[in-house]
Each structure stands twice: as C-alpha cells, then as structure tokens.
Ligand binder design. Structure first.
Ligand code: FMN
Length: 168
C-alpha cells in the first residue's frame, strides 16, 4: 500500500469479525513494529500477544470505561517498555504502537489503542469470593494487567492494542 493510502486508511476499529488472525500475520506486525526508532536505540519496547478469549475478556475489564469493546477482539497485543533500558520507555512504546497500528493496516487488519490507565471495572475484582478475586485485583488498570498476565516489575505497561478484521 502506498504511504498516503495507508495513513488515509488508518482509523480506530472497535468492532471485529468473528475470525482468527493468523499468527504469522501477528508476528509480522510485531516484527515491523520493532523497526520503530527509540531513544538512544535502546529498543525498550516488548509485545505480549494474547489470543485466549477468556484472557481477552478479562483484559477488556481493566478500566471503568473505554476498554470493554476489546472483549470481541480475536487477538490483542500488550505493549510493554523495559524501564531498566531507558527513562523514555513510554515514548518508545508510543512510537512502537503507532508503527504497530500502521503495519496492521498494511496487513488488512483494524486495530484500536486501549490505554492502560485509570481504575479497574472488573466484576471479578468486586466478587465477594476470594478465589474469584484472585488474579483480578481491584485498583489501577496497570496492576490489574500486570497480575493477570504475570508481567515483571521492570516492565511498564503502556497500552493494549485490540486487533482483528473490521466488521461491516
Ligand atoms: C494515547 C491514546 C490512547 C487511546 N486510548 C483509547 C482507549 O482507551 N479506548 C479507546 O477506545 N480508544 C483509545 N484511543 C483511540 C482514540 O480514541 C482514537 O485514535 C481517536 O479518537 C481518533 O480516532 P481514529 O484513530 O479513528 O483516527 C487512544 C488513542 C491514543 C493515541
């Protein structure tokens, strides 16, 4: 796709077809995102792919609003930054995410950036049963995502990109 066509086609997609995204396409998009520039070439961004439906549903409950649409995405990519590599991990993550979203367009996919901030809305976090609450802590979205996916403390979590084929 020509560059002008690509940037004109990019828009946030929040409704997806019920169709899997081939893993090789997801891998290609991530490979292309890793070509993004980074401060002092620290390449601090990392990506976690989630395709398990129940985990995607749990992720969609990470915020009080703005993340629920994600439950119908066939795949999501969590964008992390290694804080030990640079103080500018968030900036690097934002550039990587932009590359990721443009690359998704090139591969015929729609995507939407879901920021990891604010408070959790998960019904699990409010459940009276401690067994149900386990793995779904109340509090901030970043802590919720960290615990849900077992992300190590040296990684900051900037956003989750919902990915899929755009529904009509
Ligand atoms: C930093 C950032 C955070 C965003 N967070 C969310 C979000 O949490 N939920 C959501 O549905 N869209 C989110 N978006 C998508 C924006 O709402 C969207 O890009 C904007 O409305 C412009 O629409 P367009 O992408 O279709 O051009 C975010 C975009 C950016 C760049």
């Amino acid at each position: 796709m020509e560059y002008q066509e690509l940037i004109a086609a990019r828009h946030s997609v929040r409704r997806f077809e019920d169709r899997e995204v081939p893993r090789e396409i997801i891998d290609k998009i991530i490979e292309e995102a890793t070509t993004a520039p980074s401060s002092k070439n620290t390449k601090s961004s990392e990506f976690v792919v989630v395709e398990d439906h129940d985990t995607i549903v749990a992720l969609s409950e990470m915020r009080e609003s703005g993340s629920t649409f994600m439950k119908n995405a066939p795949a999501v990519i969590v964008v992390l930054g290694n804080k030990e590599k640079t103080d500018l991990w968030e900036v690097n993550c934002a550039i990587s995410t932009t590359f990721l979203q443009l690359s998704a367009v090139e591969h015929g996919l729609g995507s939407c950036w879901v920021h990891v901030n604010g408070r959790v809305r998960s019904k699990y976090a409010a459940d009276p049963d401690p067994e149900v609450r386990k793995g779904h802590p109340e509090g901030m979205a970043e802590d919720y995502v960290r615990e849900l996916l077992g992300i190590r403390p040296e990684f900051g979590i900037l956003c989750v990109v919902a990915l899929g084929y755009e529904a009509e």
